[in-house]
Design a protein around this ligand. Structure first.
Ligand code: KG4
Ligand code: ZN
Length: 329
């Protein structure tokens, strides 16, 4: 089995996956969302302290499997350095204690492999990654063979939901809260601009849309429940329209046969609907990770780790470093 550890942001998670048939044998995650909610975003030092408490507790539950572990996979990039450090320290300790090799996993590659949990990988695919830290279109051909085709110039898709929720005092994470409110709102009440719609550029930008919401809020006096729902719906409509507009452009340029959406924000059902419609129109096969594996988890890190294991891509303890920024280009 591969034992995997994920601590790049606010989820502490450990998974054990069988190498021969990808069976997820153990998976547990302790989310810190509640602890960060009152701050409207993740507080790195608090997150780090909570990982230091949660990871050993989860490991204790997995103790019975440790004699079957063949390698330790750990997220070492990208993410918050103080939280990544917690997982990497535990991985190094286990590497020494169990005398098995170490694998460093890029968190974004992990999200891509969330598509293949308990499955063979099916590539190539064009992949849209939408999370709190990233908004990217990638051409994915293999574990070590992927290229970023488009990325964001500023904020990410999920982050813009978090910030809009924070502006209206709705808590964290904003994505599920805004999605739920949007169902009761009028998405045509506010005409928020779809970012970069006048340029041909294959890139994303969410800071302008966020600021348009901020401006609208500053012009309104007291917000009713209906106002909040209408803002959520109108914002979500523009945010998804931007993703769709740029992805359509990527479809026109690269003609993929298969397409997938991954990352925490890929749990958004409205987003799924819009992309399913577009892909049906174009005859492109579309897939998603199971809802339970969209947000950060160690099962996806274990699944990616198996690919590294099969290739013998291990890293010496002294070379395994925490990298806050991704080296994917
Ligand atoms: O992948 P993830 O768990 O963590 C990162 O790697 O960033 O993604 C978390 C992000 C947060 O910004 C959260 O608000 C967003 O995904 N998110 C959503 C939804 N569920 C989570 N955004 C929009 N709609 C959702 N339903
Ligand atoms: Zn993530």
């Amino acid at each position: 089995m591969i034992l995997a550890i994920e601590s790049s942001c606010d989820d502490s998670s450990i998974a054990l996956t069988r190498i021969s048939d990808y069976k997820l044998v153990f998976h547990k995650k302790i989310s810190q969302e509640l602890a960060h909610s009152e701050y409207g975003g993740v507080v790195p030092e608090l997150a780090s302290r909570l990982h230091a408490e949660a990871l050993p507790k989860i490991l204790e539950e997995a103790k019975g499997f440790l004699h079957q572990v063949k390698a330790i996979a750990v997220t070492n990039e990208p993410g918050l350095s103080v939280t990544l450090m917690e997982g990497v320290m535990m991985a190094k300790a286990l590497h020494l204690a169990l005398n098995v090799p170490l694998i460093g996993v890029n968190h974004l590659v992990g999200h891509i492999y969330s598509l293949f949990i308990e499955q063979e990988e099916k590539l190539p695919k064009m992949v849209l990654l939408v999370s709190g830290g990233h908004t990217m279109i990638l051409d994915v051909r293999g574990y070590n063979d992927m290229k970023v085709l488009a990325t964001t110039l500023d904020d990410s898709f999920g982050e813009s939901f978090d910030k809009v929720a924070k502006m209206m005092g709705l808590g964290y994470p904003g994505g599920p809260i805004i999605e739920k409110l949007a169902r009761k709102g009028d998405e045509n009440r506010f005409n928020f601009p779809v970012p970069l719609s006048k340029t041909n550029k294959l890139a994303f930008s969410y800071s302008g849309l966020k600021n348009a919401v901020r401006l609208t809020l500053s012009e309104m006096e007291k917000l009713s429940q209906q106002d909040i729902a209408d803002i959520a719906a109108s914002f979500q409509k523009a945010a998804i329209a931007h993703l769709l507009q740029k992805t359509k452009k990527a479809f026109d340029l690269y003609h993929p046969k298969e397409f997938a959406i991954v990352g925490g924000a890929s749990a958004n059902l409205r987003l799924r609907e819009e992309f399913i419609k577009e892909c049906e129109k174009r005859g492109i096969a579309i897939s998603f990770a199971l809802l339970e594996f969209c947000a950060d988890n160690a099962a996806m890190i274990a699944r990616a780790g198996i690919e590294a294991y099969k290739r013998g891509e291990f890293i010496a303890m002294e070379d395994l470093k925490v990298l806050p920024r991704s080296c994917l280009t």
